[in-house]
Design a protein around this ligand. Structure first.
Ligand SMILES: C[C@H](O)[C@@H](O)CC(=O)C(=O)O
Ligand SMILES: [Mg+2]
Length: 450
């Protein structure tokens, strides 16, 4: 083996359980997840030459330990590989993770194994960007359409989009690409905020935050609903009184309702003119979402979902059944970029707008790259599209997302913006991090080691 190849050998795959005590302030709370501790399984893939790729999947508190174990169980598939061999036939490598004969049984392609896949795959994309010295959005945009397609496993989606159709869509996307890159570098990509709308926040905090983000130039806001109708009405009234009716409001129920309940509840909130109801019911209920979408159409309310959609197959069904009008891909739930690209391609073919989810550790950092690639090289537009922005945990990243005038600025550093600061890892690794030790000592959380 040549020395260059040996330098590119994966010599270690490490995973850390990293947690933040967000439940203390009800940050990130919704009707279903009332006390989330924003967390991640943080993966580092190390090459013999010392270069490292970092990837993560978003989790909530205790669930992290299960994902960490899944990453450990799958890491043998990455260890010892020459990383450039992976990139030469990335779709095959991706399938080797998702179809590993024994691990597959506890998925397949969903839940913990798929979250672990996402963390590993995200680390490999970060590494690819670092090797080529490009931010991932640019790496994706620079790949020839044929090469880009070679990373995608089309198994199970060819009755929605074939490889040949995908190639055509990508070729179309090449037209005007350089101009759009210029626009992106200058203006960035539009975002909305959920920060003023967490369910556990008192009214005064909502008022303050809504005003703060309004003053910063935000025109699109999302608020959590679904626990108590009278409270929802009060919260929507409050937000509308601050942002007015010229700006956009969305509501998010995080899966708490039955199908009919969702329809009835939303009729009461229709007067607040929400653009969409997000996750009205179970994330697996394609036909239920279709029923809700049909019933709420006359009220001008669209259905958005996807942050807990488990894989490309379910996204395909949502699209085929016209069960969503806004497709909310999540950068860390389905199997990483390779699979997410197939969802973008299906959404493009079906004429559905992608408005990514980003409430969680590192999700804003990653998802900006994907939506920027879409703007530059696939959909060719940001019209009617917006990426979520949640102002949490960015300070722990080496290359955090940058927002100006309610737009994500295009990242310029190499990689996927997923590298966390060593001092943050030392403080928040669970349960031995210095911050956790101090919170246990203060009695704020139970120490699991006792
Ligand atoms: C538990 C998470 O904070 C969730 O509420 C995020 C979410 O639904 C969103 O950002 O949308
Ligand atoms: Mg949501």
């Amino acid at each position: 083996m040549a020395t260059t190849e040996l330098n590119l050998k994966v010599v270690a795959v490490e995973v850390k359980d990293v947690r933040f005590p967000t439940s203390l302030q009800a940050d990130g709370s919704d009707a279903m997840h009332t006390d989330p501790d924003y967390s991640c399984a943080y993966v580092t893939v190390k090459l013999a030459n010392g270069l490292e790729g970092n990837g993560l999947t978003f989790t909530n508190g205790r669930g992290t330990e299960v994902v960490v174990q899944a990453v450990k169980s799958m890491s043998y598939l990455v260890l010892g590989q020459i990383v450039t061999d992976i990139y030469k036939d990335f779709a095959t490598f991706w399938r080797s993770l998702t179809s590993e004969s024994q691990m597959r049984w506890i998925g397949p392609e969903k839940g913990v194994t798929h979250l672990a896949t996402a963390a590993i795959i995200n680390a490999l994309w970060d590494l690819w960007g670092k090797l080529l010295k490009k931010p991932v959005w640019r790496l994706l945009a620079d790949l020839e359409p044929e090469v880009l397609l070679s990373v995608i496993d089309f198994r199970y989606v060819t009755n929605c989009v074939t490889k040949a159709e995908a190639l055509e869509l990508l070729r179309q996307g090449q037209k005007g690409k350089e101009d759009r890159i210029k626009v992106l570098l200058e203006k960035g990509y539009p975002c909305y905020t959920t920060q003023a709308g967490w369910l556990g926040y008192p009214d005064e905090k909502i008022r303050e935050l809504a005003q703060k983000y309004l003053d910063q130039g935000y025109t699109v806001f999302k608020v959590k609903v679904g626990k108590n109708l009278q409270d929802d009405i009060k919260r929507c009234e409050l937000l509308r009184s601050i942002i007015g009716y010229d700006r956009t409001l969305m509501v998010d129920a995080n899966q708490v309702w039955e199908v009919q309940e969702a329809i009835d509840w939303m009729k009461h909130l229709a007067k607040f003119k929400p653009l969409w109801i997000e996750e009205p019911t179970s994330p697996d209920d394609v036909l239920g979402h279709a029923e809700i979408a049909k019933a709420l159409k006359p009220y001008g309310i669209a259905v958005a979902t996807g942050e807990m959609c488990c894989n490309r197959v379910l996204f395909k069904q949502f699209l085929q059944a016209q069960a969503l009008e806004y497709c909310q891909i999540d950068s860390a739930r389905i199997g990483g970029i390779n699979e997410i690209l197939s969802v973008y391609l299906m959404a493009k073919k079906m004429g559905v707008k992608v408005c990514p989810h980003a409430g969680g550790v590192g999700l804003c950092e990653m998802v900006q790259h994907l939506q920027m690639w879409d703007f530059v090289a696939l959909s060719g537009t940001s019209e009617g599209r917006v990426v979520e922005f949640v102002d949490q945990q960015h300070e722990h990243f080496v290359d955090p997302c940058v927002i100006k005038n309610a737009h994500y600025m295009a990242p310029t550093s190499s990689g996927y913006s997923t590298t966390m600061k060593p001092e943050s890892l030392a403080a928040y690794v669970y349960p031995n991090g210095t911050e956790w030790e101090s919170m246990f000592a203060k009695g704020l959380f139970h120490d699991p080691r006792k």
